[in-house]
Design a protein around this ligand. Sequence first.
Ligand code: G
Ligand code: G
Ligand code: MN
Ligand code: NA
Length: 240
Amino acid sequence: SLLEKAVRERLFVFEFQPYFRLKDMGVAGLEALLRIRERDGTLHYPSEFIDYLENSRFLRDFENSSLEELRRLLEKFRVPISLNVSARSFRNDEFMDKLFGLAEDFPGKLVVEITERLLVEDVERTKRILSRIREFAKVAVDDFGTGYSSLAYLKELPVDIVKIDMGFIRGMMESERDRALVEVIVEFAGRIGMESLAEGVETEEQLRILKEMGCTYAQGFYLARPMPEEKVEELLRDEG
Ligand code: G
Ligand code: G
Ligand code: MN
Ligand code: NA
């Protein structure tokens, strides 16, 4: 299978999608996005393999090597790096201890992305873990608005960045309701001391509206696609 081959031949790599501060359009950070890259350059995306990986006997090794890789990248790049942490990994104390260690070694440079579903399950344990992460790293809620969570949950949780799902960003152009929803999330986040990040920004018009709303960060194909490590070096070099 693809997964077995990837493990055997060490074909896992990260691409990086930058996100930008809307205030000055500087690079604010990089989201690490997992791929399997075959020898001939063919890329496979998480939708093709992540569920298999999560439920495979390879998960433990994979987690360990991705943390080692992340350590190397945190040393190399001057901007923060976000890691998507699955519910499965989040529930693994051994993995989380290693992640805390990494955060401690690079204060202010790691962002831990979790999905909002995690926030509504096992709330007490989640709160405890997030509080510990936040001593040295930021916590971002991915795909906000798509699951069961609500502003009421958000209010309770130790979270730094709310990532507004791209469905609403896309919808903003046609739907007054989507636009209102995005505006409310941005406003609410700001009022309670959280930052907001708009995902999936694909047009100049969307960017303009988000700036007007006072959204903190934007990410999306209009600004930058996920890119390999070498391209990130160029991007950060050009920015100076
Ligand atoms: O660009 P893209 O197709 O990579 O991302 C699809 C999904 O895969 C995203 O929702 C993201 O959360 C998930 N994903 C990307 N990289 C990782 C990773 O390193 N670990 C986990 N668990 N999920 C990831
Ligand atoms: O769920 P998560 O946000 O971690 O996944 C990120 C996914 O979103 C990746 O598959 C990435 O390639 C994709 N993505 C990032 N920006 C855009 C965009 O502007 N448009 C679309 N359609 N997908 C995007
Ligand atoms: Mn993400
Ligand atoms: Na997302």
